[in-house]
Design a protein around this ligand. Structure first.
Ligand code: NAD
Length: 457
């Protein structure tokens, strides 16, 4: 099938290359010339495991091309995917200006019947909005249909998620139109949900909101565990083995971030409000999530006895492991809060340092985790990169000045960290944090929490 994907970002590029790999002829369009030039030169504009090999193979075999010429791409395609950004507007609603611009470009270029597919995450009613926009700008009443086909891939495992999705959701105005997408996705042999456009749009928001609530629930439980002396890692393990609950998205940490959950939760709250429903539960989720990195930095501040003049090594900048995406990264919120409070930050991230340098020029960027911790008063691990999961704590201990580890992602076995002469503070795990919080600057028994930990290690 001849397919065009408009928007060559995390979703558009991965979707395009996967369809090409299934044997379709795919044209990826982007308005940013430099991005298209990079792709035509075999250089990936984003970091995504496995992407480069797949792109270069399909490009070499002439099934995949990159262009800024949307008119030509639309004319040569039967199915056109819209995969541009849908960022949040100032009031939390979704900015649909990129989607609208693409709809107008499609309308101007159309030469025969087209299936226009919304893959961008868009609020309910956007399918109708795209249809009305194309109707208003097309020539000679050329026929078309608008389909909703939300994307569920996760950055960091985007290729595998697109090749083996849990489900494919197709919201179409009729079964006939849905068949076109069914044909495209059939080789993946995955479960399909065929529904109407509005329900399909809602499935995406409901799914993301549910996952955001699930993560936030784990974080709230972690916060209680801290006071109760329970270990949230054990608690969520015990919960997750229940088939009705499941273990994924149930890890406590410094909160969800990234380019989807924060904006999609706000957008759903807005949509609900417009429809006359006060989504109080989701509002509470957003509030709790915002407080989570603040709580983490407060802990660091309390344990270190203030941040002014202190040096903190921060491991991780991306919003999660295996991606270079910094959008709404909680790691960056931690960096900002530390520097605002007067700390010097020495940071390391395996792939996301270049874009971070523009945002935080005052931070010292290091070549490795070990360089970052050298001479620091403490280390804060804030992104779950695989290479951080197996740090050599003996080496860390010899390089760190202050022997304190703040584990914002609960990556480590506290006992193993402590065995190396380090104090360990996780999220929702038994430590001396409750003592710290109880009197603000030390312990109830007069011994500092760090000294107490080291004494019992
Ligand atoms: P992105 O910012 O990485 O990519 C969007 C691309 O669209 C950019 O390259 C931009 O230059 C291009 N673009 C914008 N306007 C254009 C136009 N008029 N013509 C041609 N190209 C244009 O965004 P993304 O992360 O790929 O997200 C795209 C959509 O998919 C969003 O709605 C997002 O919510 C949704 N989504 C994202 C993810 C994810 O993990 N990133 C997962 C599921 C769904």
């Amino acid at each position: 099938m001849n397919v065009c994907i408009v928007g060559t970002g995390y979703v558009g590029l991965v979707t395009g290359v996967v369809f090409a790999d299934l044997g379709n002829d795919v044209i990826c369009v982007d308005k940013v010339q430099s991005k298209v030039d990079m792709l035509n030169a075999g250089v990936m504009p984003i970091y995504e495991p496995g992407l480069e090999e797949l792109v270069s193979r399909n490009f070499a075999e002439d099934r995949l091309s990159f262009t800024t010429d949307i008119e030509d791409a639309v004319r040569r395609s039967e199915v056109i995917f819209i995969a541009v950004g849908t960022p949040p507007a100032a009031d939390g609603s979704t900015d649909l200006s990129y989607v609208e611009a693409v709809a107008m470009d499609i309308a101007h270029a159309m030469n025969n019947y087209k299936v226009v597919v919304n893959k961008s995450t868009v609020p309910v009613g956007t399918g109708d909005f795209v249809r009305r926009t194309i109707e208003a700008h097309r020539k000679d009443g050329i026929p078309f249909d608008v389909v909703s086909n939300p994307e569920f891939l996760r950055e960091g495992s985007a290729i595998s998620d697109s090749m083996h999705p849990d489900r494919i959701v197709i919201g179409a105005p009729s079964r006939m139109v849905a068949m076109k997408l069914l044909e495209l996705y059939a080789p993946l042999e995955r479960p399909m949900v065929i529904t109407d456009v509005t329900s399909s749009e809602m499935i995406k928001y409901a799914s993301n909101a549910f996952l955001a609530v699930k993560i936030t629930f784990a974080n709230a439980i972690a916060n209680i565990c801290e006071e109760a002396g329970a270990d949230v890692v054990q608690v969520t393990k015990g919960m997750g083995l229940d088939n009705r609950i499941g273990p994924s998205f149930l890890s406590a940490g410094i909160g969800y971030g990234g380019s989807c959950f924060p904006k999609d939760t706000l957008s759903l709250i807005q949509t609900a409000e417009q429809l006359g429903y006060d989504f109080e539960m989701l509002k509470a989720t957003v509030r709790t999530n915002s407080a989570q990195p603040v709580r983490f930095v407060d802990r660091i501040k309390t344990v270190l006895g203030g941040l002014e003049g202190k040096t903190v090594a921060v491991l991780g900048l991306a919003f999660k492991g295996n991606t270079d995406d910094l959008r709404e990264s909680k790691a960056l919120e931690v960096v900002a809060a530390l520097t605002d409070a007067g700390a010097t930050v020495r940071a390391f991230d395996p792939v996301a340092m270049e874009p971070a340098k523009l945002l935080f020029p005052g931070v010292t960027y290091c070549k490795s985790a070990y360089e970052a911790v050298t001479g620091a008063d403490a280390v804060a691990v804030v992104t779950e990169w695989n290479e951080f999961k197996h740090l050599n704590f003996e080496r860390i201990s010899s390089l760190l000045k202050g022997k304190i580890v703040f584990d914002g992602r609960n990556l480590y076995d506290p006992a193993q960290v402590r065995r190396n002469g380090l104090a360990y503070f996780g999220v929702g795990r038994p430590n001396h944090a409750s003592e710290v919080c109880a009197n603000g600057n030390g312990s109830k028994n007069g011994r500092s929490p760090v000294a107490a930990q080291l004494a019992t290690a």
